[in-house]
Design a protein around this ligand. Sequence first.
Ligand code: SAM
Ligand code: SF4
Length: 507
Amino acid sequence: MSELAVKEWLKQAVKQDGIDKYLIDGKDFIDELKITETLKSNAKPDKKQARDILQKSLRIERLEPAETAALLHVTDPELWEEMYATGLEVKRKVYDNRIVFFAPLYCSNLCVNNCAYCGFRLENQGENRRILSIDEVKHEAEAVISEGHKRMIVVYGEHVSSDADYMAETIKAIYTVKKSARHGEGSIRRVNINAAPMSIADLKKLGDVGIGTYQVFHETYHKPTYASVHPEDTIKGNFRWRLYALHRAMEAGIDDLAIGALFGLYDWRFEIMGLLYHAIDMERQFGIGPHTISFPRMMPAAGSYLSTHSKYLVNDSDFKKLVTVLRLSVPYTGLIITARESAQLRREIIQVGCTQTDASTKIGIGGYTEALKALNGFKRDDQDKSKQQFLLGDTRSLDEVIRELAEMGMITSFCTAGYRCGRTGDKIMGLLQSCTEAKFCKLNAVLTFREYLDDYASPETKVVGEKLIQKEIEEIRNIPFFKKGNLLRNFEDYYHQTVQGKRDVYI
Ligand code: SAM
Ligand code: SF4
């Protein structure tokens, strides 16, 4: 790609009308003074006030900023224990004991931006730049499918060579890949993406090829910090272009949206408030909040001084608190904990109400295919710093993590039925808020877990998994909701078909 082509593309990337239409009286929804004031005026909540707020979360009602600010300032360790337990209870009400797995796939590390915390940034000379060809994307997908994954999140740097057309091609390619399993063939049933903000026209191209969730992290909601880590002369330097990325997606017809903040750039309490205001603005302008919220912690990245020296790096104890407050503040939303974190911390954080995680993760460009080669005798570094964005804390396989969760009583779900039955956007929100989605998903979780145990699980995981699946089936048989109509009968029939080797049957 010539330098001129890159420059031309850069010039047209930001469309001002894709920002202005969402402003109210010329203002966006991040009012720093108001956030700081709300945090200050709720800095000393008493126990009764905090417990009343917990009751509201248990009713699956989204909290108001003042309530979230109060929970962020709880100091009593006993009250925190109550909050952790309530977080899990809220999660169970909305999502039951289910955990959904996905695999990230990094397609390109070419990037025109210069984010101070990221190994992919333009000025990082040590980075080995690469963009996967469509054939290479398919090979990566094959390797991911071989582990048993059904859901992928594809990640791209921001560059003309990985523009919306390239993204659409990669999504289409991944959906075509089939890989034989013990019974029949495995495939990726849902492709989500994490990519830079785009115009409505570009987002429509992604909608046309069946994108699942569109995820954009705002990194930091604190404007001075945002400006200091994203140079002004880069696309990412435009705070509002990014802030309204998901609003534009909604207008483009993509209603499954995911927000997040990169913790470690600024004060974590402020960022939680920013995420809450983001959810509130989406609800206000479109009637639907985010489907998931992510809270990546900044990890050491090659050539990034900030990634290891920021004065706002979040310790494990505060991390657990911030996830808990998010759980309580936006009870209907999914929460994603990733393999950035160590195995031990991930175990703990899942217990305060997370709903999704990844495993067998490789974040180097071409990382899955290379890992397969290594298995076949070609030597390589497990985590190659010059090809990946940051270092992972947990490199365990999908099988190991599924086994651990099953031992903890949590069932892995590979269900993607909701999306394919049109249970997205406002429909899924209604179901989540009324705690009905958890029930459908319980059935589909069992069906997809059965598939996993028969197609991919190791003998050890099978032993633990069988016990769990039998317990789940017993529960299903005893829940009155399932006895209404044909639900239970259909489920038993689908389960039987799955045992017989039929794949991808869902309710
Ligand atoms: N280039 C696109 C963008 O910036 O939106 C998407 C891909 S970017 C690789 C995905 C996310 O990685 C970023 O939004 C950021 O939150 C996260 N990230 C960047 N550097 C990181 C680091 N050092 N540790 C953890 N996460 C990081
Ligand atoms: Fe590029 Fe995204 Fe990394 Fe920023 S975070 S340098 S935009 S890949």
